[in-house]
Write a protein that binds this ligand. Structure first.
Ligand code: SAH
Length: 362
């Protein structure tokens, strides 16, 4: 039994059930035993591998995107290039290396900001980036960023923010709670009080008993903060995550541990806990702030940004084993059976800013 599981059981026994979002927030960010506070999640020895950890090409193409977005915004000076939720710092390291080649002036004209909630991961990122020429500044919270034009990147950020779940019961919709069962084990239960159903997606009205819907106020609030900063004084944002383009009914809460799905109650604080991102909801928030949005699959985005050409360039003059590795990376990032379709890319910018990739001509 994990230390956090013990504490959560005591808390629920004393105070009653907690919401799924409170459970998720405790599992991920409990100051003592939370997953991001205390564990090393990434890589082969960790629990999951993210796109920047799979291949340098991911960060290289995002660097091209970020430079183009800055350029399309009129190359404002000073401005900020930020990453939110940078994990091990690999994506920003790949981006800065590429930007240095692409446009050496970019580095002197823009400030680099890393927005990271976890003190432990901040230290890892500092170890990787602090000595470089870009000299990033770290912020624990986006609200502390200076008010400047902002080009911001976030990979697998939103899935890590807590989600609320609601369950349809014969007495109407109820918040889905984490309670204790007869044996004193963590289990789901329907909350007691009724709900304001305007919170729910429109197709929830016809859902059968037992149906579950997810709403993520924490994700929407963060998107709103980011969108407000891009609306004025300008910039652009790109957010990549697994999720769906159309909102819908369904339970997507999942735990991952050592690259396997885990029971969501088995190892609180020692397994990653996420849910799919509702991209339509995030895009709507950005549009409410006056921004334009583009949404596409990760495979589509990367291929249209030049993934195949980049792999070809990296592979030229290399041995067969390297070319095979690069081909494998392309497959994992963009293949429909790997991350290519499940992962989506949401881009936001003020009206009239033309972002890459160019509109398809065929
Ligand atoms: N982008 C990285 C890591 C993804 S994991 C990659 O692709 O490998 C999620 C990251 O978001 C972690 O670094 C976590 O600590 C951070 N995080 C979660 N909520 C955050 C918030 N509100 N603000 C900033 N960082 C946050």
């Amino acid at each position: 039994m994990t230390a956090l599981k013990d504490r959560l059981k005591l808390l629920i026994a004393a105070n009653g059930p907690i919401s799924v979002s409170e459970y998720m927030a405790a599992c991920l960010f409990d100051p003592q035993d939370g997953y991001y506070t205390s564990r090393e999640p990434f890589g082969a020895e960790g629990d999951f591998i993210t796109a920047p950890e799979i291949s340098q090409m991911f960060g290289e193409l995002l660097a091209v995107w970020a430079w183009s977005a800055w350029s399309a915004s009129g190359k404002p000076v000073p401005s900020i290039l930020a990453e939110i939720g940078p994990g091990r710092g690999t994506l920003m390291a790949d981006m800065l290396r590429t930007l240095g080649h692409l446009d050496p002036s970019f580095e002197t004209l823009t400030r680099v900001a890393m927005i990271e909630a976890s003190a432990r991961l901040t230290e890892i990122q500092r170890g990787k980036l602090e000595a470089g020429r870009a000299r990033p500044t770290w912020y624990q919270d986006i609200s502390a960023l200076p008010d400047l034009p902002l080009v911001i990147v976030g990979n697998e950020l939103f899935d890590a923010l807590p989600v609320r779940q609601f369950v349809k019961t014969p007495r109407g919709w109820r918040e889905r709670m984490v309670a204790l069962d007869d044996q004193g084990q963590l289990s789901f239960a329907a909350g007691m009080s009724g709900l304001d159903t305007t919170l729910l997606p429109s197709d929830a009205a016809d859902a059968p008993d037992g149906a579950i819907v997810e709403v993520a106020p924490a994700r929407e609030a963060l998107m709103d903060t980011i969108a407000a900063r891009i609306a004025k004084p300008g910039g652009a944002g790109i957010f990549i995550d697994y999720g769906h383009i159309q909102p819908g009914v369904g339970d997507t809460l999942q735990a991952m541990r050592a690259h396997q799905f885990d029971d969501v109650f088995a190892n609180p604080g020692e397994a990653d806990l996420t849910s799919h991102v509702d991209f339509a909801a995030l895009a709507a928030i950005a549009r409410d702030r006056g921004l334009e949005t583009r949404l596409m699959t990760q495979g589509d985005f990367l291929v249209r940004m030049g993934l195949l050409e980049r792999a070809g360039a990296l592979g030229s003059n290399c041995d067969a084993a390297t070319r095979e590795r690069l081909e494998g990376e392309v497959q994992r990032l963009a293949g429909p059976d790997a991350m290519g379709t499940l992962f989506k890319v949401l881009m936001v910018a003020p009206k009239g800013i033309v972002l890459p990739p160019a509109l398809a001509t065929d």
